[in-house]
Ligand binder design. Structure first.
Ligand code: DQA
Length: 141
């Protein structure tokens, strides 16, 4: 089956963005890792800096019954619009796992709250790209 791996703002800059926090691998490398982990699944990995575009992909997940791994990036902390879209996914019975590369709880105060977590199926944070791999393992078990 297909799995949507959706990435929010600034994550297109992975590899060069704050490598001390996010490592030096980019999203293309992440896709290779995930494809190797789940060869019988289609890893549909996308990134956008746009809140409405990210929301439209969650609507697509609902309409096509497609499981989601979501790194909402900074939207995590303040986007009620994204939260409401994420709630549509999980209320439709479609799993949505929130992931973070870093551990937001060990960072600035404003990163400690997620408006997404309460409507996510589960949350994995702090393991670098392995956060995505652990989410994929859960969705494919
Ligand atoms: C992040 C954590 C967020 O606080 C931050 O805004 C990001 C990335 C992570 O993957 O660690 O852009 O979601």
């Amino acid at each position: 089956a297909r799995i949507l791996v959706l990435n929010g703002p600034n994550l297109g800059r992975l590899g060069s963005r704050e490598p001390d926090v996010y490592g030096n691998q980019n999203l293309a490398a992440l896709k290779v890792l995930l494809e190797a982990d789940a060869p019988s699944h289609e890893i549909d990995l996308r990134q956008t800096d746009s809140e409405p575009e990210l929301m439209s992909w969650l609507f697509e997940a609902v309409d096509t019954n497609t499981a989601v791994i979501l790194n909402p990036a900074a939207f995590t902390h303040y986007s009620y619009a994204l939260r409401d879209a994420a709630a549509m996914v999980t209320k439709a019975g479609v799993p949505l796992i929130e992931v973070h590369i870093s551990n937001p709880h060990s960072r600035e105060e404003f990163r400690h709250n997620s408006v997404i977590s309460a409507v996510a199926t589960g949350v994995i944070a702090g393991f670098g790209f392995d956060s995505y791999r652990l989410a994929l393992a859960q969705l494919t078990r």
